[in-house]
Design a protein around this ligand. Structure first.
Ligand SMILES: [Zn+2]
Ligand SMILES: [Zn+2]
Length: 365
């Protein structure tokens, strides 16, 4: 968010703020925390400083100060009534609706928390990045009910209350995008989901494809916007997820409802490309592209094949090899465990590879 222009200490001097008043016990004030008399005499200057720090956007939803119906307000993260201070670091500017969301128990705030956006903005302050609890539509109720199962305390515990879902701020920020995947993973694909979905599975061919740790390059093009690519993989990683035992490279792609087609281009190990096209229909359809491609030629990539084969045999043979070394050390013509163990690992790894290769070369269908 926009903490760009001034540091907090600059703001104290720029806005002529009296640091003594950070402590609410330093000035006399009325008993009610919600009425008049609770604020220090430099309160309006503190508000101005907070809004400058936030570039005049609501700390939760990022709406511009003044764009909403109610007045914009400055909120104590750690509430005054709970012993919070007036330090600038404890203050965040909020639109009236988001402010009401922080205080659902105070009936006379000018905003209505029901009108606050359900999801916090990605660019907002993480300490108030809470999801508004559902209460309006059935879909919201279902969504939030599921999201709450993933809950963990927010950074600012005061932002969690009866009007907000008790989820982590990190999760809350991505919730809207991730909701679809979360619902899908739990068997609830909403019929109304406005996405086209494309699943791409790539299998490597031959025995070479069994051992080789290699992923073909896959690119997907469409007339419409790609909303999200496989959200389970590491952000920023271009590698598609690869499950070696299934020899599958797979990715999920989501497109906006205006998508009419997608072209999937796969670059094989020998540099050749294969393109497969799918057509989308309606507002929401599911399509799949499955391809078997050749890994890089053995001659060209021999060192990698040697390394990958060693890794393959070692990982597949480690557990059975260790068991055999312990349980049946006498069946090999070696007598020391440090020669028996590698021999058993190699043997069981090779046996596993032969079994896999048999099914691969003579498939049942
Ligand atoms: Zn707001
Ligand atoms: Zn407040």
């Amino acid at each position: 968010m926009g903490i760009a222009t001034a540091s907090t200490s600059d703001l104290y001097s720029e806005y002529d703020i009296n640091k003594t008043y950070d402590d609410p016990n330093s000035y006399s004030r009325g008993k009610s925390y919600y009425g008049k008399g609770k604020y220090p005499s430099d309160w309006s200057r503190r508000q101005d400083a907070v809004w400058e720090r936030q570039n005049y956007r609501c700390g939760r939803c990022q709406r511009y100060k003044g764009d909403t119906t109610g007045p914009s307000e400055v909120h104590h993260l750690h509430h005054l009534s709970d012993g919070g201070s007036n330090e600038l670091s404890n203050l965040v500017g909020l639109c009236a609706d988001c402010h009401a969301l922080m205080h659902p128990d105070i009936p006379d705030t000018s905003g209505r928390y029901e009108n606050a956006p359900m999801y916090p903005s990605d660019d907002g302050d993480s300490r108030v990045a809470v999801i508004r609890k559902a209460g309006i539509t059935y879909r919201e109720a279902v969504d939030i009910g599921l999201l709450e199962e993933l809950s963990s305390p927010s950074t600012n515990k005061y932002a969690v209350n009866e009007a907000t879902a008790n989820t982590s701020s990190r999760y809350a920020r991505n919730a809207e995008d991730r909701l679809y995947y979360y619902l899908k993973g739990n068997g609830y694909v909403p019929r109304s989901n406005p996405f086209h979905e494309l699943e791409v599975d790539v299998k490597l061919s031959g025995v070479k494809g069994l051992v080789r740790r290699w992923s073909p390059e896959v690119s997907v093009e469409s007339n419409a916007e790609l909303i999200e690519e496989d959200p389970d993989k590491d952000p920023g990683s271009d590698e598609l997820e690869s499950d070696r035992d299934e020899d599958l490279v797979s990715g999920d792609y989501l497109f906006t409802p205006d998508a009419s087609y997608a072209d999937v281009t796969i670059t094989e190990g020998d540099g050749q490309t294969t393109t497969e096209s799918v057509r989308f229909s309606g507002r929401s359809s599911q399509r799949e592209v499955s391809e078997t491609v050749a890994p890089p030629p053995l001659r060209r990539d021999a060192p990698s094949y040697v390394i990958d084969t060693i890794i393959y045999l070692a990982t597949r043979g480690l557990v059975p090899g260790a068991i055999l070394t312990y349980a049946a050390p006498q069946y090999l013509p070696t007598s020391q465990w440090w020669t028996t163990l590698p021999a058993y690992i190699l043997l069981t790894g090779l046996l596993w590879l032969m079994l896999r290769a048999t099914f691969r070369l003579w498939p049942s269908s």
